[in-house]
Design a protein around this ligand. Structure first.
Ligand code: FAD
Length: 379
């Protein structure tokens, strides 16, 4: 069991006060928002755990994203190929860019160094109103700010309409972290493991993150995870898992902002949600900075950031279609398809487009690209 360093007993003094921005959730999305607000105002970051204390992912992301944010020291291993196994084939996809696995506590510490927000451990429970400001009620009291961000993950605690698994558009993910080493980033698309989903083995220098994700939230992944670990002769130790959203949700309501898993910003099919949490978190942080520096109102920030997120809806919808189609392919056709797609030309084309859904240059750009306003998504 991981050791919790969350404040206990007398350390849990009451929380209160007014801030310019309250960012709830201090993982990828929340830390990205806070980074963009450095020096711009009084910002409070809240999380139920200490920063970096609780990892919930295999922690693999495009290397360029990690370097763009100065997070290279957290990188554990880098891969230029993705190995895809099906029951009838093994294909090696030569990637046009690399993926890296990283150390979660170290990455969070590096990202946290880039903000000047106050940080408190508190469990966020619900929201209220204090005049024009939004009140965030926690187990240590309430704080208020005109600008409040929910970066709390799939549960979207501060939303008026919550998600209830297993009857929500969520996938299940579970993995183990045995010690060991390997040179290959591997995935398995195999119905004997999981009817709709995939298994993975992501090495990170001295440990291997082996897990299974099911797109069907009703399908339990504990046994498949143990099964995959056994197939790979790895120990099933150090479990961690979570629900993974696979549908975009509205990233704003009438007064609040949502980023990362809380806005369904995790990509369907691949369940890649770190890059997108950073991307949308940065976009949101830039909008909030405009407000703090007097160049925009909250209403304008709500409209612009909401439109920016909505503008990605078509790409997310396509990824969701692919997520539904792949498990329906007959295994022999799937084998043929993966072998055919492993050509350099196809891989470069497909993975190039995939990276551009949330491109690493964005981390370096100074301002949001103009976003056309589309039909708003249902909250
Ligand atoms: C098993 C598994 C493996 C995965 N592997 C990968 C991968 O390799 N690469 C990838 O890109 N994506 C991966 N994902 C998806 C990825 O983990 C998420 O998309 C990503 O973590 C989203 O970031 P976030 O900041 O939005 O939310 P989270 O990382 O979930 O952070 C939410 C934060 O809010 C805090 N919090 C939650 N509720 C409360 C509360 N009530 N009060 C206070 N604080 C609270 C949490 O402690 C946490 O710090 C994986 C997911 C799973 C489940």
């Amino acid at each position: 069991m991981p050791i919790r360093r969350t404040k206990r007993g007398a350390e849990r003094s009451p929380l209160g006060g007014d801030y310019d921005v309250v960012v709830c959730g201090a993982s990828f999305a929340g830390l990205a928002v806070a980074r963009e607000l450095a020096g711009a105002g009084r910002v409070l970051l809240l999380d139920r755990y200490e920063i970096g204390e609780r990892q919930t992912s295999a922690c693999a992301a495009p290397t360029e994203w990690l370097t763009a944010l100065g997070l290279e020291p957290s990188i554990r291993q880098t891969f230029g190929k993705l190995v895809v196994h099906t029951p009838h084939s093994t294909a090696r996809f030569p990637l046009p860019w690399t993926f890296s696995t990283f150390d979660y506590p170290e990455l969070c510490a590096l990202l946290d160094d880039q903000n000047d927000a106050d940080f408190e451990t508190a469990k966020v429970e619900r929201r209220g109103r204090a005049g024009d400001a939004v009140e965030v009620h926690t187990d240590r009291g309430a704080v208020a700010a005109p600008l409040v961000v929910d970066a709390l993950g799939w549960r979207r605690v501060l939303s008026r309409a919550g998600y209830q698994p297993p009857d929500a558009p969520l996938s299940r993910g579970l993995e183990v972290h045995p010690p060991g080493a390997s040179g290959e980033l591997e995935i398995w698309i195999d119905r004997s493991l999981v009817p709709a989903g995939y298994g993975w083995s992501f090495p990170a220098r001295d440990e291997v993150r082996v897990g299974v994700g099911s797109f069907d939230p009703h399908y339990h992944v504990k046994d498949p995870t143990v099964d995959l670990a056994a197939r790979l002769r790895r120990e099933a130790v150090r479990y961690q898992g979570n629900w993974i959203p696979h549908k975009l949700r509205r990233a704003v309501d009438d007064e609040m902002f949502f980023a990362g898993d809380s806005a369904g910003h995790c990509l369907p099919l691949t369940a890649e949600g770190i890059r997108t949490a950073l991307y949308f978190g940065i976009a949101l942080g830039r909008e909030l900075r405009e407000v703090l520096e007097g160049r925009a109102t909250r209403a304008e920030a709500l409209r612009r950031y909401g439109a920016f997120s909505d503008d990605h809806e078509r790409k997310f919808r396509w990824m969701l279609r692919a997520q539904r189609a792949v498990p329906r392919m007959p295994p022999r056709l799937l084998a043929l398809a993966t072998r055919g797609m492993a050509s350099r030309a196809f891989t470069h084309w497909a993975f190039g487009h995939y990276l551009r859904i949330a491109p690493p240059e964005f981390a370096r750009a100074a301002r949001l690209p103009a976003a056309p306003v589309e039909e708003p998504l249902a909250a």
